[in-house]
Every structure is written in C-alpha cells, then in structure tokens.
Design a protein around this ligand. Structure first.
Ligand SMILES: Cc1cc2nc3c(=O)[nH]c(=O)nc-3n(C[C@H](O)[C@H](O)[C@H](O)COP(=O)(O)OP(=O)(O)OC[C@H]3O[C@@H](n4cnc5c(N)ncnc54)[C@H](O)[C@@H]3O)c2cc1C
Length: 422
C-alpha cells in the first residue's frame, strides 16, 4: 500500500477494536487522519481473540453451497453436527436462514465466489502492508492452509471447491497421504487419505497479538483510544456524525462501524437494513505439548474443526452455532471432539486444558462482508460481516475503507459488498 497522506485529513471514529477495527484505524492513521478508536472492551478481546489464525487466500467458496438445504434438519436434530440451531432462537434467525438458503443456489455461489476472489487474493498483501507499518511482519507466517480428509469419498465432495479455486486461479494442490505426512509428520496417518493445500495462505499464531500490533501502529500515528460503550450514532446538521457513548457525546467528520456481530443495531439507527447474525464458534486450547506438534493450521472438514499451533499451545477451533448474541455458551459439542484430537495427535501430552472460549462470528447469509458507505449518511462507513474470514479479510477491508474515507478510486468493484444488497 502506498500510504499517501490525505490532502483532507478528517476526524474519524472507528467503532470496534477487533481485528477489523484495529486494521482500519491503522490504515486511516497512516493516511494522516485523526483517528479515535472506541470499544467498550479491551483491544482484540472480542471474536478476534480466539480464531484459528488462518489468512486463507483461497477461500472463494461461500459457507452456503448447493445441498445445504438438505443438511438443515440436522441443524435442529443433530447436537453433534457441523452446525446447530438452538430451538429458542429459531424464529429470530429465520429471515437470515432463508437468505442463507437462497445464497446456496449454484448461480449465486458462482457470483459470490467471484466477489470473494478480489478480497481473498489481496488479503496477504494487505496484511503485509499493515504489518510493515506496525513492525508486525514476523507475526504472519507464510506456511499455507492445509485441509485433510479421512476418506476418498469425503475428498470427492470437494469437487465444487476445487472447481471454484481453479476458476479463480487459486494456487492449490490436491495431496496424497505421503505428501501430507511430509508437511505434518506428527499427524496420525490414520487421520487422512487426501488433502488440499493452499501454499500462499498465511497463519497468525497469536491473533490478539496482531490486533494489538495494528492498534499500536495506529496509536504511534496519533490515534486515540476511548474505552466506552457506544449507544448511538447519528448524522448532524453540519455534515458530521455524532457518537454518543455512556460517558459523552463527540462529533466526528466520519465514523467507521466495525463492531463485528454487534454492528447491526447501529446500521438500523441510521435506517440501513442489513441481514447480519452470528455464527458462534468455540475453541479449546491446551497449554502443554511435547514441542511443536504442527507447522500450520490443519482443517478437518468432516469434523468441522481446525487444529492450530498457537503461541501458547495447540488450539482446537470448531462450531457453527445459531443462538444469537446473548445466550450462554454450550461447550458440549467442542468437548465431544477432544477424543478425536487425541487420536490425530497420538502420543502427545494434551492433558492441560488452559482455556475454553466462545466467540461471535459476524455473519451475513451470503458470506460477503459489508464494506460500504452508508447510502443514508454519507460520512458513515461500514466494515463488518466478515463471518468465517474476519482475520483473513481485515487488512484489505481496512485499505478499502481508508480509500473510501480519503476519496480514492477503488481498486476493484465494491458493489457486491454494499449494505443495501439485502
Ligand atoms: C472459532 C473461530 C475460528 C475462526 N477462525 C478464523 C480463521 O482461521 N481465519 C479467519 O479469517 N477468520 C476466522 N474466524 C472469524 C474471525 O475471528 C472473525 O470474523 C473476526 O474476528 C471478526 O472481527 P471483528 O473485528 O469484525 O469483530 P470483533 O473481534 O468481535 O470486534 C468487534 C468489537 O466491537 C466492540 N463493540 C461491540 N459493540 C460495541 C459497543 N456498543 N460499544 C463499543 N464497542 C463495541 C466489541 O467489544 C469488539 O471488541 C474465526 C472465528 C471463530 C469464532
């Protein structure tokens, strides 16, 4: 990124200090804007704290694909299935679910993949730009993204994913068992027969550390932090935008809403309707291991889980739970995967569970984020809805938002990410 100091520096509030907000604050501060980050919690302590660490540059396949409708009954009935819907939340999530099903039609999947492609293919470059600005290059490891499959039948179900990656020029290879063993010798050979490997993907073994590094990079460029709970955001007569928190009201030239799964209410206050819900996800992490067990995150799609070698031990990430923002976590499904983890990393010491955690993925039904200017309030910008790809897409989102605030031409068509598509 050429960080050109803006000719028209603005006072910009960034609401949310997750990976999307912190990256956006850095990209804006680097262009000379006077940035205030507002978050009610600690920097990076939301959903961005506990993800699997993948910067997945080949993730052009949306979550909803043809056939998803057939798996819907299992959302209700199979408490150990890939996704689960809590009955008490069913009525509330229904409109989102209808859109999710509509997004799974073949023609829509093709359109969504084409819209994901410019984002994911620029994801690593954008992270490297921001990491360079914040002395965080060593936090991003270029180790690729590995998926393994327990049978040829399971691998054959990846035909659509392979076809979409091929169509969009993603560099990937289909691996045989011996090639997987070369990449990850500690993984039980019983765990796989085939694999998919994207060598250009990256890995962050301390996701909260990356948020903090981007945030620090913004502070070094005169950004400010207010730890306050935002109540409402409104346009004001002079073209500015007011942000009211529990403590105070401030005026800004522009506001970026990057509050992850909590963003919808602020868009609604401004009259912008959006289909945003949360796919809750979990992790369990083990503190003690016998040295480095894995060199990169390994995804097991049949079990809907990822094992990642984090800075503080091995982490198991899993779960797609539709239960809203306020229901208590239910760790039963992820705990049920623990014997599987012992079986794929045999002979290792994973006895000490150091943390069980739940986060709220901010998910749109079409798997595309909202990266847009508000049609109703031209000085409000939206940067949320990154679902399963928030770490991956945070830096490119930040650069696109900084471009919009600074009035630069977009590097590619941003229409697929507008808020009024719902
Ligand atoms: C188990 C799991 C594994 C994942 N693995 C990956 C992966 O490997 N790769 C990948 O790319 N993505 C992954 N993700 C997705 C990714 O973690 C999320 O998409 C991303 O963290 C969302 O970032 P965010 O900044 O939008 O939201 P958040 O990190 O949730 O930040 C939003 C912030 O807004 C603040 N906020 C909300 N309301 C208010 C208010 N009223 N006032 C003030 N502040 C407010 C919150 O306190 C929070 O800090 C995973 C997610 C999960 C759950």
């Amino acid at each position: 990124m050429n960080t050109v100091e803006s000719k028209h520096p603005r006072a910009v509030a960034v609401m949310g200090a997750g990976i999307v907000g912190a990256a956006t604050a850095l990209a804006l501060a680097a262009e000379g804007h006077a940035v205030t980050v507002i978050d009610r919690g600690d920097v990076g302590a939301g959903t961005s704290f506990g993800n699997a660490g993948g910067i997945v540059t080949g993730a052009v396949t949306p979550t909803a694909t043809p056939g998803v409708i057939r798996s819907l009954p299992s959302y209700f009935l199979d408490s150990n299935g890939a996704a689960v819907l809590r009955p008490a939340y069913a009525f509330q999530v229904l409109p989102w679910l209808f859109r999710f099903i509509a997004a799974s039609r073949p023609a829509r999947v093709a359109t969504i993949a084409a819209a994901l492609h410019p984002l994911v293919s620029n994801a690593m470059r954008a992270h490297q730009d921001l990491a360079r600005l914040s002395n965080a290059l060593d936090r991003i490891q270029p180790v690729g993204w590995l998926k393994v499959y327990g049978s040829d039948a399971a691998f054959s179900k990846t035909a659509l994913e392979r076809e979409l990656m091929t169509r969009h020029g993603v560099n990937f290879s289909a691996l045989r068992a011996g090639e997987i063993a070369d990449l990850e010798p500690n993984l039980s050979k019983e765990a796989y027969t085939r694999g998919l490997f994207q060598p250009e993907s990256g890995f962050v073994n301390y996701p909260m550390g990356l948020v903090q590094a981007y945030f620090k990079g913004a502070l070094e460029r005169r950004a400010q932090f207010a730890q306050e709970d935002v109540q409402d955001i409104r346009p004001i007569g002079d073209g500015g935008v007011s942000v009211r928190t529990q403590q105070t009201v401030r005026r800004f030239d522009s506001v970026v809403i990057a509050a992850g799964a909590w963003s919808k209410q602020f868009a609604s206050q401004l009259g912008d309707r959006v289909s945003l819900d949360t796919e809750r996800g979990y992790h369990i992490s083990w503190g003690s291991t016998d040295g480095p067990l894995l060199s990169r995150p390994v995804s097991f799609p049949e079990k809907d889980c990822v094992l990642s070698p984090m800075h503080d031990g091995i982490s198991l990430a899993s779960g797609d739970e539709l239960a809203g923002l306020t229901a208590a976590p239910d760790f039963r499904r992820i705990r049920a995967l623990v014997p599987f983890v012992h079986s794929v990393l045999p002979g290792t010491r994973l006895q000490t569970v150091q943390r069980e955690w739940m986060g709220h993925r901010p998910s749109t039904p079409d798997s595309l984020p909202v990266i847009a200017r508000s049609p109703r309030c031209s000085n409000v910008f939206y940067a949320f809805g990154h679902g399963h790809l928030g770490l991956t897409l945070s830096a490119i989102t930040a650069q696109l938002i900084a471009g919009m605030v600074g009035g630069h031409a977009a590097p590619f068509d941003l229409a697929p990410y507008r808020i009024d598509r719902f």
